[in-house]
Structures are given as C-alpha cells and as structure tokens.
Write a protein of this length. Sequence first.
Lengths: 298, 342, 339
Amino acid sequence: MPELAIARSGLPTRLFRSLRLPLNDRFAVFGLLIYLVFVVTALFADQIAPYDPTEILYTEDYDLAADMRPGQEGFILGTTSLGRDVFSQLVYGTRSALLIGVTAAFMVALIGSLVGLVSGYFGGWTDAVLMRLADIAFGIPFLPFVIVLAAFLEPSIWNVVLAMALVLWRDTARVIRSQVLTLRSRGYVDAARVAGSSDAKIILRHIAPNILPLSFLYGSIAIGWAILTEASISFLGFGDPESISWGYMLQDAFASQALAKQAYYWFVPPGLCIILVVSAGFFITRGYENILFPKLGR
Amino acid sequence: MAGAGMRPIDPIASEPLVSIRDVQLHYRMGGIFSAMRGRSSVVKAVDGVSFEIRRGESVGLLGESGCGKTSMGRLLLKLEEATGGEIVFAGEPVTALKRAALKRYRARAQLIFQNPFDAVNPRFSIRAALSEPLENAGIPAAEREGRIVKALELVRLPQPQQFLDRYPHQLSGGQLQRVVMARALILEPDFVVADEPVSMLDVSVRAGVLNVFRDVRDRLGLTAIYISHDLALVRYVCERTIVMYLGKVMEDGPTEDIVREPLHPYTQALVAAVPVPQPDQSHDPLPIGRGAPDPRNPPSGCVFRDRCPYAFERCPVEVPRLRQVGTRKVACHLFDDTTGKQ
Amino acid sequence: MTEPLLSVRNLKVSYAVGGGSVDAVDGASFDVPRGSILGLVGESGCGKTTVARAITRVIADNARITGGEMIFEGTDIAAIPERQMNALRWRDIAFIPQSAMNSLDPVYTVESQLHEVLRRRGGMDRRAAQARAEELFEMVGIEKSRLRDYPHQFSGGMRQRVAIALALALNPKLVIADEPVTALDVIVQRQILDQLRELQAMLGISVILVTHDISVVAYVCDRTVVMYAGRIAEEGPMEAVLTRPMHPYTMGLRNAFPDLKGAASGTLTPIEGAPPNLASPPPGCRFAPRCPFALEVCTRAQPPLRELASGHRVACHRADEAPVLRELAVRTETWLVPA
C-alpha cells in the first residue's frame, strides 16, 4: 500500500511523495529527464562552459574570434559577431532560464495557492475581495505589463518574475479556490470541525495536502511561461544586458543579422533549448493532469 | 440488548439538556444582482423550530429530503449559524459560543456522519483519524493509544489493534461506520447527533451498527438525536419522534403513538407509505396529493396544505401552531379546539 | 405454465480488473414469466445490476458476457450480433437506469427527448410522436402541458415518471428498472411503485426490478431472485421466498430488516462479516463464511440450485432442513459469532 509507506517513512520521503511526481507517465518521465539535464547543466555551468559567456575572445593569431563556425578553433558551437563563445552562452543561459522559471513558478504557485485556500475556505467578504482582485489581474494584458514594468524599473530578469507573481497567480488561485470549495464540503472537514480542530489545522491537515498536486500543475505551467516571457522580453530588447539568457542570445543574433550570415549555430541552439524546457514543463503538466483527472484517459 | 423501555434514565423526570427556541436557518438564493432586482428568494431550511430534549432522551428527527432535519442537526453542532432563534445546551446558549467555549462544547456534543467513506480523511490512518479529537482536547500523546483502543472496543470492533494502521479504503462500510462512531464517542460526550448513520450501509450490516448505537447510548447514558427519513429505523432507536416538513415541526411525540395512530395528515401519509418486508400489505392509495414540496415557494399558511386531503378555509390563511394533543404536539388546524376535532 | 418471456441460463459476466478478471455474475439462471414483476434483490456488489445490464447487453467497457444464454422470445440474445440486439433495445427491451433522474439530458425539453425516441427509433412522424408523447405523459400521471419543460424543472419523483414514460415509449415487452425508487422519499417511492404496478398490469408487460430493498420487493413483485456474491441464492414466488425462505442468507436478511408493522421491542439481528471479495471467492458456498448453519461440505462444494417446492429453487446444501433452520434463524443467538 503506498499510503502505508507515507505514514511510516521519514519527512524527506514524505515531502517527496507529496509532490506525487507522475512517474508512471512516459511523457512526464521524459520531461523530468530533460529538466534533470538542464538542472545539472545550470548547477555545473562554471565547470561545463569553457569560457566566460561575456568575454570577448581572440584566436591564437590574436585576431578577434568573431563569427567562428562550430568546431573552428575549438569553439564547439562557434562564436558571435562580438567574439563570444556560443556554447558558453548557452550553458549560462540555462542558469538564468531555470532561475527565472523556478522562482516564477514558485511565486505563482505559492501566491495562487494561498489566495485560493483563503478565498475558498473562508468565503464571504474575504472571498469576494480576493476574487475581484483576481478579476482585475485577469484584465491585465501580460506582455505589455511586463514591458511597462521593465520600463519603470531597471531592466532585470527579476522583472519577469515580479510581473508573473503580480499577474499569473490568478489562474492558480481560481482553480485552487474551486477545489477548496469542493473539499470544504467533504464530510471529513466537518468531522474535523466537530472534533474541535482550528481553521488553520483543518487547512493544513485536511485541505492543503489535497491541493498540492494542483499547485504543482500550475507551477509547472508557470515555468514554461516564465522562460518564454523572459525570452520575448529580451528579444524585444527590454532584457537585462548584464545577464546572458537564451532570449538575449536570440536578440543578439537577430541584431547581428545572423540569419543573413547563415549562422544557424548561433540562434538554433537557444531556440531549441527554449522549446525543450518549455515542452518538458508541459509534459510534466500532462502527467499531473493524469493524476488529478484520471478520466481524461490519455 | 436493552430495549427502548429499559433505559437507565427516566427522561420524563430529568431536566432539558438541549432547548431549541424558534430556530431559523434561512438562505438567500441568487446573488447581489438578483437581490437588487427584487428577485432573490429566501429558502427557509429551518423555520421556527422549537423543542426540548431531556437528559438521557433519544429523539428521532424524521422527514423527507429537504425538510430541514439535516440542517437542524448541523445547527445543533454549530456547523451552521442560525439566522434566528436560540439553541441552549446545559444552560449555555450555543448560538453565542466562541473559541474556547466552543471547543469545550465540541467535546460534549458530537456528530455521527451519514457517509462513513466521506467522514474519514482517506489519507489518514484510523489511528490518525481518532487521534485528532484527543489532540484538540489536549490529551497527552501517551494516553491517546489507550483511549483509541478503548473507543474501538466500545463500538465492538474485534481486535482493535489490527485496525489502527489501516486506511479507510481497507475497511468495510460497517467497520468504518463504527470507527466514525468511535471518533464521536472518544471524548465521552453528553450529546450525540446521528445523521442517517446507516443509510449508506448494506442491509445485512445495518442492524449491527444500529445495535451498537443503541447499546452505547444506553451504557453511557447519552442524550441523542437520530436523524432519518425511515420511520422504522427511528422507531428502533428512539422513544420520541419529531416529524418535520419544509423546515417546520408537524408532530412531536412518543414514537409508538405516532406509529400506531399518527395525527397530522402528513404523518399519516408518511406512516402509510413506509414499506414493510411483508407480502400481505395494504396497496391503498396514500392520503396525500401528488405534488412535491418546493422549499423555494412553500404554500401560504400551513406548508402542507397543498398536498393535504383535509385542507379547509383556515389552512391557507393561518400558520398552524404546535398544540398539545394528548401525549403529543401537533401543528394542524384540525386539532385546534376552536375548530373542533377531526 | 406458458413459456417465459425471458430465460436466463447459466449467465456469466466477468470484469477485467488489473491483470486478472473477476466473475461478477457466476452462473445465474432464472425465468421472467410473461406479465409479471420480478424482483432482483441483493446487497451492493452482488451482481444484480450487472445481470440487469447484461440482459440489455449495455455493460461496462471492461465487462464481458463470458458464458450462458438469454432466451428472449425464442432467440438467444446473448449470441445475436450487436446490430440485431440494437434493434431490440427500447422496442422490445427497455431499460430505466439507476438514478434515472440524471439520465435525462438537461439541455433538451422532455418533449424533444421523447420525440427523439419515438421518431428515430419508432419511425413515427411528428404528429404521431406528439400524440404518443401526450398519451405517455397521461399514462404516468403528468399533465401534458409539462412536456415542454426541461428536466431540471421537474422534482425527483416527476423525473422518475418521465424516465418511465421514456422506457414505455415504444411498447416494450420487457422493462428493466435498476433501483428506480432508491433516491426517492418514501411517499414518492410508494407513488412510483403504485404507478409501475398499475402500468405493468394495464400493458401486460414484464418488469425486472433491481433493488436492495426487500420491502420494495414485498410491495410490488410477483417473483423474486435473491443474489449473493455473484450467484443466485434463492428464487421463487415472492410470497414463498419472504415467508418461507429456504436459504440462510434470505433468512438473515429478514432478521436484519426493521418492520414497522412488527412488534416494537423486536431486535434486529445483523449478519456478521462482509460479502467475499469476488477476485478470490471461497471455494464452496459463497455464503458459508457468514452462515451460522455451515457444515464442512459447505466450505468445499458449491451448492447447486435445486427446486424444492413448485417454482421455488434454492442453492443450499441444507435446504431440505429449511423448516428447522428457519426456526433457528429467528433467534438472535444463532447469528452471534463466537468471540
């Protein structure tokens, strides 16, 4: 019995189990593997990348190492028009992509879950106020909002995270609220009240564990969104010039007319990475959906 | 097994433990916008219900779906807030209880749920489920296991130890309902509300749960309310029955009297309609109209008058009050002395 | 006796569960006489609903009829191709599903749902369908002005009447009703049962009524089949089965049922234990583990269904001793398990 295992094992295992990773879904496992590769890359970026991503490089003949083709002079994926190593940029780009993705996802899942829990459990005025705020958040066009925010504040990758935290909690909150409404009407919640449990205890013990997979579902969707948004912002030129991201690489390649130079090695790899990470997120999402709504029957 | 007549406490002699005075639970249907257009309707789930329960008494709340019996039970345990009236438990108004006082009340008044599969969190082991009330009551961890085993023995679960680490889905309906009962009894309450505790169970195991309920109630001298739509079950566990219809009390009196000679026209139909497992039984048409009660739009005056075969001029214009008729109280104009008896 | 309308012989239905299969119905045989109501009674999981659905051959995706015959008016409907079966459904065999109240489509008026059946399946034109719809509503006791209403505008009892009207639309010979009154209040329940009985007599049809409630059987049925754990325990005329039960399970059920007309001080006696897991049923009689009269043979050999009185059949090794067992069975001590 899996439940028995939960009760008897230690806290780390219990936490891991409460994630309920969708390990029986092949697509989800594939997605998790992609994540694993990127996470390892991000953690060991200093060891993996042969150069500093912003360093301007020179050939052995002290020429600027600009527009090198892959393999030329030992540059795995060639260099940019400014003489920077594409492979190193790609490796460090993983770091910022995951940083943005994971923090944004965390914020979205956290804020959304909290709002959903409070709104659904307490109802009444609390619910009315929070849900009207959600309505306002639903009315905000996301990308323009990020651009305006970036214009107000200093260009930074954290703008994306902030914007997502301010806007995208709405979806999570709505879904979690409706789930809480159903859970709140379950007999065992009434039973806990009659047994004298406080609201906080009921939320923590009886309701939160049941919405955790939903939070993760929305969190994993947010990872993909955050990376895509950061890429769009950087591509549009509102990104952080100090940090190397995949979006920045695309923007750099675009501005340097890489396409005309047929420098596919420059913009295809970051594009591919974005696609991979984002679709990996959705594969995992799919796995969670199968856990949460097994009747979708995929 | 002690029958209904062998109760240890004589209910007539003891003082009321619970007093319900003109309690109302009204829901407003429709949102703010329909209210502004004057379209919102009020559903009166419980509408001016009054009765008293003496210490040690078992009272059946009988009625069809939507009659307000379950709402009444939830009001008694403060799972729902009354929109009017007062509930007094052992001299203290339940309706006004807050925090610490409410917590103390919850140790004394308990609920046995209808659906055992819903009443125990599927993620909790039986041990965890039964620990919750003990934890809240501040029982030290060392004492809990013993109390849990004792409670499970009380509801006659054989070899209680073997159930402690099991999960709800590993138990049969009958076993799980005994666990639910054990959880309600673990803090040794004075007052228990049982909301259709056997309606989800198969017939062959029902009797076992009912017998445990009767037995425990007698042994602990509990005051109990048994909510049901089934008069035969109410008769099995309660010496007194309150019949509800559309949020109001229609009749209130000794169960045997009600079964033998129902007074209110609604109770008459209800008693006649109860199916019996006997081949030779009356197939006479019921003395009741075909309509169904509509809680959003109850008839004026007596709420039963549109289905009542004896309705007369007075019924649509005046709400009948509960009047003492012999051993019982009846809310029907037929039994008003000023009109003359039926 | 005339030939029965439906003869079920040795019906087996199994469900694919996990890697293995579970025999939800394991060799059920019974007859449905013409012009009568047959009560199929048993607890949850005993296979009564599966039998009812198997007769219409509308069963769950993971279920399969693995054996037996169902002779309906001379043809084995277990063997005919799906096309032919489909032609029989509704026209000859109609089904009222459990919670019929939810089986109506909420976005169409009941009128258009009746028309759909009458025109598509019955081949009627608009006018004939309208006339028939009004006739049906009159039959089940609803004003025809309510034909234009949507299902949500009806109460539970009314929706059940609509479901009965839908089932009767094409004059079927056999109506199968799965727990038709379970979700209803006693008064409405009684009224629906009266209606069902009246229509059955008027139209001369046969009804299979699936229920867990023996008092429903007692109220409307002519014959009854008692099922336990996928097998038939007892079958016979309703009166004989309820007053002179021959199977210990039926005797136990009678004791466990509160009877409003009985004595006030009566004690209800439960049958201890729970039905067996059908994935691994006991080798002998399936009731043996809970039976106070079980002998050694009961745990070993499966008892055959034997006819002991006219039309009254029972699957019990000790059925010959039934009168003695009946006397023992009314005592509470008999059913107490030794601790």
